[in-house]
Design a protein around this ligand. Structure first.
Ligand SMILES: Nc1nc2c(c(=O)[nH]1)N[C@H]1C(S)=C(S)[C@@H](COP(=O)(O)OP(=O)(O)OC[C@H]3O[C@@H](n4cnc5c(=O)[nH]c(N)nc54)[C@H](O)[C@@H]3O)O[C@H]1N2
Ligand SMILES: Nc1nc2c(c(=O)[nH]1)N[C@H]1C(S)=C(S)[C@@H](COP(=O)(O)OP(=O)(O)OC[C@H]3O[C@@H](n4cnc5c(=O)[nH]c(N)nc54)[C@H](O)[C@@H]3O)O[C@H]1N2
Ligand code: SF4
Ligand SMILES: [Mo]
Length: 900
């Protein structure tokens, strides 16, 4: 490489999931940023998934919130800060501190989170600060605290590789924690005797990697693990010494578990006795077991009990805190853990201290020299928004989360935000469903522009480092919060000038009065200055002053908790928790709606939705439905389905699949008001929640489903984002050269050419462009394509009375390829590949744009039997590896077909 091109590399951390992969970002000098996995980061050792690898595509300024806005008008920072401070001060003066609230996010950095929590709890004097982690991790936090006395994750990622059995409960880790999935798959390739069991009502992509998939009935996890506890005890699998020395309460837990006989466990879980016993026996005979779990466990009315049912089995067998053993709550967001550490939840204080503990309250108040300190818990997310709706919260500040899309009863939440007297939103995007109904918008610096720390699922603290200037007037969240605190009169307590000062104060708080009584101890960082912070390598907590004094660096060997007991209860013993399966199933409307994630999108799509590469995988909202249900409802392949209940409705593409059990549906959580006409699934989701953790049961809503036959269906690719989309159904995604749209309508437009011109955004000035049309009104099929003077496509639209069959991948590729010759322009209008120009089919591998047809053809023609062979033949799956589970599924499909 010529010297002039030498790249400046910044070590940072991925802003998406809780795996917390290290990233090397290099400035290519031409305005582009190259992103690669950091080979030295202990979470990923150089690997990245598709979302991480596509980060470079998400960094553009277009669509960013660049300036503060008050009631829709641009203002300068000073007046924005004054407006926010005045809004809060006025409300507090009139109605007291509990009339205001902050709703924050596991996507804030630890330093942002720390000052937000300090401002609300210590200075405003209310505990009304809660976080979207309430929707995500609250049941794990509550389960950990009940069993361990603290919110401690005992293990580390190496345990996955060292285990002989990995049990994944309610976790689609192949799509949601893809780099861990890669690490596990590599470990299994080296040691095929490593067994993987997946426990999930639906056959998710993670099932392709599992030796055994148990499609349990929804919410029967407590019954399953109670049955296991009983079985383990009856088969002498308990670690008597560990139980005697380090635990309490086994008898009560067992008494509860004994109420579930083997037959009863089979009935409640809906599993056959044989498969149930396969699992129980495997667990019994395998000393090194890791049980991974995430939202299928947490997001439930029995979420905390599910967590404790799992922890009980690990405590009984003493399989905790040892290499290759332990329960492992996978965190969702990049800084879900950091938020828990600094007290982002309304029922906790900073540094893993308890709000109900007067000693802890006094300690934190003294440390902060704080004028106030709440004595009771604040409102938890769902209650908090109910209080907003009821008018009890009158001033609200939302940071780095999009509750008008992601909270249950999302329409109601959106209306509550709109009607709340004073709402501030800090975000990086100009348009979000939440920002659209707020009073004040504050532009935050985004990933790549801000500095701080995050903690991943294995308690590893890593630096996020800036490598780009913040655009417009965007500022880091910590700075915005400190400025508001100063305007409220508390400038001295918030006089930080850099994030390292906040981190050091936080580290000092973890050390204050600790002496080994609390798990979270960062006293090893007490002496850090800006340079140490800047240089810090990723490290796991605890990191104590003793370790630092002994000359150990922060980046020591993997750390685990509890192999020798030492829990954080008063008597240092763990607690078994007696749990009982929930009584009966939720009744009501005919279908049970389960919700979750798609491989290549992140949450409400504000950032991942910017990437054309990521849009290739799934470009519209959908509903997975079992073939028998589809047949009964008259839902046809690729037809549309409407889901409704009294809260709202959702319109999306049908995916008819046996992955789904009859009577159950699955819909993704991602689509928002900017990307689909009616794709906000949370508009339907019930606000039921776990009584202990307050976490909503986002996987459990009753709905009605019906076929939504439309008069016409369309697919379009357009160069410019349409100002309005005149269709009852639409979903919009990025393509390389513009936007792709799925369309549909209940009534046929009067004039198709006018419709097409409007969709393409053709103005009179562009009348000279080539506008091709083809129509067969009898069949209801119409096609339009417009080109500029150079032959570059401006828009292409296919309309039919049935779902449009054109290959999306091929059309997008053609559209993206720039100037088209006459024949290619006609082929594009026809929506059909020319001879020798094969249709790749729906894209499976986003990195190399390899489609389903290409993979199936290679598997069939070359008799490929492994994912590695497919990678060698087609490149698919050879970069980020996120699609390897789906490739395995295609190989299995071909193999099964060949055998039949
Ligand atoms: N691609 C991608 N990855 C992500 C995210 C993203 O938006 N996109 N978000 C991140 C975040 S914040 C989170 S919290 C994690 C979530 O990661 P996961 O928890 O793995 O993801 P989900 O798809 O929400 O749900 C997991 C599974 O729970 C199953 N499930 C539903 N009900 C039950 C039940 O009663 N019992 C059991 N055992 N299983 C059940 C669902 O069928 C689903 O397959 O992902 C993180 N990673
Ligand atoms: N039905 C259903 N609903 C769910 C779930 C489910 O499984 N099913 N899962 C739940 C879970 S686990 C989670 S974690 C939530 C996630 O839900 P949300 O937190 O609402 O989702 P995001 O899209 O990540 O929202 C983050 C917002 O912060 C903005 N942002 C990004 N970076 C920054 C920054 O540095 N500073 C600021 N100030 N803003 C920034 C983004 O543009 C975006 O608007 O959804 C929950 N909702
Ligand atoms: S697994 Fe993917 S999304 Fe998660 S941290 Fe790593 S690169 Fe980012
Ligand atoms: Mo989450």
């Amino acid at each position: 490489m010529p010297d002039g091109l030498a790249l400046k590399k910044t070590r940072t951390t991925c802003p998406y999931c809780g795996v917390g992969c290290g990233i090397l970002a290099s400035d290519a000098g031409d305005g582009k940023v190259l992103v690669s996995g950091d080979p030295d980061h202990p979470a990923n050792f150089g690997r990245l998934c598709g979302k991480g690898a596509a980060l470079g595509e998400t960094l553009g300024v277009e669509g960013r919130l660049l300036h503060p806005q008050v009631y829709g008008r641009r203002v300068d920072w000073d007046s924005a800060i004054a407006t926010v401070a005045e809004g809060f001060a006025r409300t507090i003066a009139a109605h007291g501190p509990d009339s205001v609230a902050f709703y924050v996010s596991g996507q804030l950095l630890t330093e942002d989170y720390y000052v937000a929590n300090k401002l609300m709890k210590g200075f405003i004097g209310s505990a009304n600060i809660d976080t979207n982690s309430r929707l995500c991790m609250a049941s794990s936090v509550a389960g950990h605290r009940r069993a361990f006395g603290a919110d401690t994750v005992p293990g580390c990622y190496e345990d996955l590789e060292e285990a002989d059995l990995v049990v994944a409960v309610g976790s689609n880790y192949a799509w949601c924690h893809p780099v861990l999935s890669q690490r596990l798959a590599e470990a299994k390739a080296k040691r095929p005797e490593l067994r993987i069991v997946l426990i999930d009502p639906r056959r998710s992509a993670s099932a392709e990697l599992a030796d055994l998939h148990l499609p349990i009935k929804p919410d029967s996890d407590v019954a399953l693990f109670n049955g296991l506890l009983r079985w383990l005890e009856e088969n002498g699998c308990g670690d008597d010494d560990f139980v005697a020395q380090h635990t309490h309460g086994l008898e009560a837990a067992l008494a509860s578990a004994r109420e579930t006989s083997l037959g009863e466990a089979a009935r409640l879980t809906g599993l056959g006795l044989a498969e149930l016993l396969d699992f129980y026996r495997l667990f019994t005979v395998t000393p090194k077991v890791v049980t991974l779990y995430s939202q299928g466990v947490n997001q439930s009315e029995s979420g905390t009990d599910k967590v404790n049912a799992i922890l009980n089995c690990h405590l009984l067998t003493g399989r905790i805190g040892k290499p290759g053993c332990g329960p492992f709550s996978l965190t969702g967001q990049p800084n879900a853990m950091g938020g828990r550490e600094v007290g982002g939840l309304a029922n906790q204080l900073a540094a893993h201290m308890d709000i109900e503990n007067p000693g802890h309250r006094a300690l934190v108040q003294g440390f902060w020299q704080a004028p106030a300190m709440p004595e009771k818990q604040g409102l938890k997310a769902v209650d908090l928004f109910e209080a907003v709706a009821a008018g009890r919260i009158k001033a609200l500040w939302i940071m780095a989360t999009n509750p008008a899309v992601s909270l249950p009863e999302a329409d109601r939440v959106r209306a509550a935000i709109r009607d709340c007297p004073f709402v501030v939103v800090s975000d990086v995007e100009q348009r979000t469903d939440t920002g659209d109904v707020a009073d004040v918008l504050l532009p935050a610096a985004a990933w790549g522009e801000k500095d701080g720390t995050v903690t991943n699922s294995e308690r590893r603290i890593s630096r996020q480092r800036a490598f780009l200037p913040a655009p417009g007037e965007a500022r880091p969240d910590w700075k915005i919060i400190c400025d508001v605190a100063a305007a409220l009169g508390w400038g001295d307590a918030f006089a930080y000038t850099a994030p390292w000062q906040i981190f050091r104060e936080y580290a000092a708080l973890t050390a204050d009065g600790n002496g080994g009584t609390r798990d979270l101890d960062l006293s090893g960082c007490l002496e850090w200055d800006g340079a140490d912070y800047e240089a810090a390598a990723p490290f796991q907590w605890p990191f104590t002053a003793g370790e630092a004094a002994a000359g150990e660096t922060e980046a020591a060997a993997p750390k685990r908790f509890f192999a020798e007991g030492g829990f954080f209860t008063e008597d240092r013993r763990a607690r078994f928790v007696a749990v009982t399966p929930p009584a009966g199933e939720i009744g009501g409307l005919p279908f049970l709606l389960n919700t979750g994630r798609v491989r290549d999108q992140w949450h409400t799509m504000t950032r991942s939705g910017r990437s054309p590469r990521l849009a290739q995988h799934v470009a519209e909202p959908y509903v997975e439905i079992h073939p028998a249900d589809a047949a009964r409802l008259g839902v046809t392949p690729a037809g549309l389905v409407e889901l409704t209940n009294h809260r709202g409705s959702y319109l999306a593409r049908a995916v008819i699949t046996e992955r789904q059990q009859p009577g159950q549906l699955f819909a993704p959580m991602h689509w928002n008001g900017q990307t689909a006409s009616a794709g906000r699934i949370d508009a339907l989701v019930a606000p039921r929640r776990d009584p202990v953790s307050g976490q909503p049961a986002l996987k459990m809503t009753r709905v009605t489903a019906m076929a939504a036959p439309l008069a016409w269906y369309g697919f379009a690719v357009v160069a410019r984002r349409p100002a309005d989309i005149p269709a009852d159904y639409w979903a919009l995604a990025r393509s390389q050269a513009g936007f792709r749209l799925e369309l549909g309508g209940r009534q046929v437009p009067a004039d198709w050419p006018t419709f097409a011109r409007r969709l393409f955004g053709l103005t009179a000035a562009e009348e000279t462009v080539e506008f091709l049309a083809y129509g067969d009104s009898d069949k209801g099929s119409h096609r339009f394509a417009a080109f500029d003077a150079e032959g570059r496509p401006l828009g292409v639209l296919y309309v039919a009375a049935e779902p449009v069959a054109a290959s999306r991948a091929w059309v997008c590729q053609q559209f993206d390829s720039g100037t088209l010759e006459c024949g290619a322009r006609r082929a594009l209008l026809a929506g059909r590949a020319c001879e020798g120009d094969a249709d790749p089919g729906p894209i499976i591998c986003s990195c190399f744009a390899v489609g389903r047809n290409q993979i199936l053809a290679a598997v069939g023609a070359q008799k490929l039997t492994s994912v590695d062979c497919v990678s060698a033949a087609t490149s698919a799956g050879s970069n980020c590896g996120s699609c390897r589970a789906e490739i395995q599924g295609l190989i299995d499909h071909v193999t099964v077909e060949a055998a039949e």
